[in-house]
Design a protein around this ligand. Structure first.
Ligand SMILES: [Zn+2]
Length: 103
């Protein structure tokens, strides 16, 4: 098994698992119960970790995960309040009339 992702936030790890499973990649979760109960283990041992079962899927899995992580939080398209032009989320000003998004 190949470890492809780990995060202290288990919901994030679960999210990546769903993403990979949706692509037909077999996955395995380790330490999904996170902290508590196993207080004697070193810190790193209790980080929820996501593995792929088959080594051949590892590259694709990492690719999918990195794409998912790069997605900007505020990438939603917005409409200029002044001229009504649709603006892509990465721009904070209207390219048509230079009105700011929050104006
Ligand atoms: Zn505008």
């Amino acid at each position: 098994m190949i470890r492809v992702f780990e995060d202290f936030d288990f919901s994030r790890v679960g999210q990546m698992q769903s993403l990979l499973e949706a692509q037909g990649i077999e996955t395995f979760l380790k330490n999904q119960f996170g902290f508590g109960g196993t207080g004697e283990l070193p810190f790193v041992e209790t980080v929820p970790q996501l593995f792929v079962v088959h080594e051949k899927d590892a590259d694709r899995a990492r690719q999918l995960i990195s794409e998912a992580q790069e997605e900007p939080v505020s990438a939603a398209t917005w409409t200029c309040p002044k001229c009504g032009t649709e603006i892509e989320g990465q721009f904070s000003e209207c390219w048509n009339c230079a009105e700011a998004e929050d104006a």
